[in-house]
Design a protein around this ligand. Structure first.
Ligand code: ADP
Length: 256
């Protein structure tokens, strides 16, 4: 039974993770990793102990966003996560491969095995919130993560164009089939606010967000603008230095 969650694997013996939140998207490039990283930063600023498990194995961008380039080290207890300037623990395949630019030429089940190993073998320690940056779509890896890790809820990241297609509904339905609560939708690239006149422009046309959220019976958590400074920070390892964090309210809501 594919929707069975009896395949849970134990966490590392040195770890105690209170809440696991998976961040998913129907397709790549919608800003899932940006949302994951910003949410983690917002939660850490609230004084919570935060970790990010980068399960987006074939396109890992979390270490880059935090400016982490050194390799992971380990001991008999397991693999030590990298720790960011703001105290966020993270693990990503990029911390284990020899070259960040080497492609990962593994098939789904092998990749899924790596994600499970991150849960089991990384010495996470005490964590209040672990955010899992999921690979896009509804393939092998998301299925394994949902079956093997005690995911408490998922956040779905979408773009305005995304909402008119079926992929968001598929991602939401997958979570529902696995009995994992959908915490809500975050729409990225919702608008662009003109820095000169302050007017908001819906670059990708009017949003269908409210309608889709209503149909799927899930709340809208946030709408993020297209913000070139956010892209610049994310792409140059300065995501923790971004002053305006669009996920602040979402972090407060999750923590509330
Ligand atoms: P995904 O994880 O869904 O593949 P990413 O989070 O890696 O997408 O984002 C893809 C690119 O778009 C990155 O370079 C990121 O900096 C940029 N980006 C994401 N969200 C925004 C935004 N709201 N405004 C501007 N650039 C963004």
């Amino acid at each position: 039974d594919c929707s069975s969650r009896d395949m849970r694997v134990p966490a590392n013996a040195m770890s105690s993770v209170k809440r696991v939140i998976a961040v998913v998207s129907g397709k790549g490039g919608v800003g899932k990793s940006t949302v994951t990283a910003s949410l983690a930063v917002a939660m850490a600023r609230k004084g919570r102990k935060v970790a990010i498990l980068d399960a987006d194995i074939t396109g890992p961008s979390i270490p880059t966003a935090f400016g982490i380039h050194e390799k992971a080290t380990g001991s008999d207890a397991g693999i030590d996560p990298a720790v960011t300037a703001g105290g966020i623990k993270l693990m990503s395949l990029n911390l284990l491969t020899a070259n960040e630019t080497d492609p990962v030429v593994w098939r789904g089940p092998v990749i899924a095995g790596v994600v499970t190993q991150f849960w089991q073998e990384v010495v996470w320690g005490d964590v209040d919130y672990m955010f899992v940056d999921m690979p896009p779509g509804t393939g092998d890896v998301p299925l394994t993560v949902f079956q093997s890790l005690p995911v408490d809820g998922i956040i779905v990241v979408t773009s305005p164009q995304d909402l008119v297609s079926m992929i968001v509904t598929k991602a939401v339905n997958m979570a529902k089939m696995m009995d994992i609560p959908v915490l809500g939708l975050v729409e990225n690239y919702s608008y662009f606010q003109c820095p000169d006149c302050g007017k908001k422009h819906a670059i990708f046309g009017d949003s269908h967000l409210e309608k889709v959220a209503m149909e799927l019976e899930i709340p809208v958590l946030a709408q993020l603008p297209i913000d070139p400074s956010l892209a610049a920070a994310f792409d140059t390892g300065k995501i923790e230095q971004v002053e305006r964090n669009y996920l602040e309210d979402v972090a407060a809501r999750l923590d509330g």
